[in-house]
Design a protein around this ligand. Structure first.
Ligand code: S3P
Length: 174
C-alpha cells in the first residue's frame, strides 16, 4: 500500500535479546516495507562485533553503529532493528528521535538472561557468561533512554507475531 511506504521509519529499541530483529521482520512484513538490522550492516562493513570491540573499543563500535543508523534513516521508509546500546550514544539517539517512530520492547531481566544464555551470539557488553546482576545493572542505566520511545510494548507473554500485529495496529493509530 503506497501510504504505508510514505510513513515514518520505525525503530525497534530495547535490550539485547528482547526480540527486536524477529519482531522487526514481522512488522516490516505487515507494513510491506523493507527491514534493516543495524548490527548486520555493521558486520557487513567491519566484520564480527566482538572483534570490532577489541580493535576499536566501545567508542569505535558506537561510531560504526551511528553510521549504520544514519544509513538506514537515509533509505526509503523501513523498519530498523537497533542494537541494545544504540540509544546510549547521544548523536544516534538524537537522529532516531528526530527521524523515526521508536518502539520500545520492554522485556524483564530474567527473560533476557535466559535468552542470552541460549544465544550463540557473543555480546561484548555482557561477556560470554552473562549474569542477572550485570543485565539488571545495564538495564537500570538504559531503561530511561528506552522509555523516551513513542510506543512501549511489554513482553513476553504473547508470540512475537502477536506483538508485531499489536505494534502495527498502534502505529496505524498514531
Ligand atoms: C549491544 C547489543 C548488541 C550489539 C552489540 C552491543 C549493546 O545488539 O549491538 O553487541 O550494547 O546492548 P543486540 O541488542 O541485537 O543484541
Amino acid at each position: 500500500m503506497p501510504e504505508e511506504r510514505a510513513g515514518p521509519h520505525v525503530a525497534l529499541v530495547g535490550f539485547m535479546a528482547a526480540g527486536k530483529s524477529t519482531i522487526g521482520r514481522f512488522v516490516a512484513n505487515e507494513l510491506g516495507v523493507p527491514f534493516v538490522d543495524t548490527d548486520e550492516l555493521i558486520v557487513a562493513r567491519h566484520g564480527p562485533i566482538p572483534a570490532l570491540f577489541e580493535r576499536s573499543g566501545e567508542a569505535g563500535f558506537r561510531e560504526a553503529e551511528l553510521q549504520a543508523v544514519l544509513e538506514a534513516l537515509e533509505r526509503p521508509r523501513c523498519v530498523i532493528a537497533l542494537g541494545g546500546g544504540a540509544v546510549t550514544h547521544p548523536p544516534t539517539r538524537a537522529a532516531l528521535a528526530e527521524r523515526a517512530v521508536r518502539v520500545y520492547l520492554d522485556v524483564p531481566a530474567e527473560t533476557i538472561l535466559a535468552r542470552l544464555r541460549r544465544s550463540p551470539t557473543v555480546r561484548p557488553v555482557v561477556g560470554r557468561e552473562p549474569t542477572l546482576e550485570r543485565v539488571r545493572e545495564l538495564m537500570a542505566l538504559r531503561e530511561p533512554l528506552y522509555r523516551e520511545s513513542e510506543l512501549v510494548v511489554r513482553g513476553p507473554r504473547r508470540s512475537k507475531l502477536a506483538y508485531a500485529r499489536a505494534i502495527v495496529e498502534r502505529l496505524r493509530g498514531t
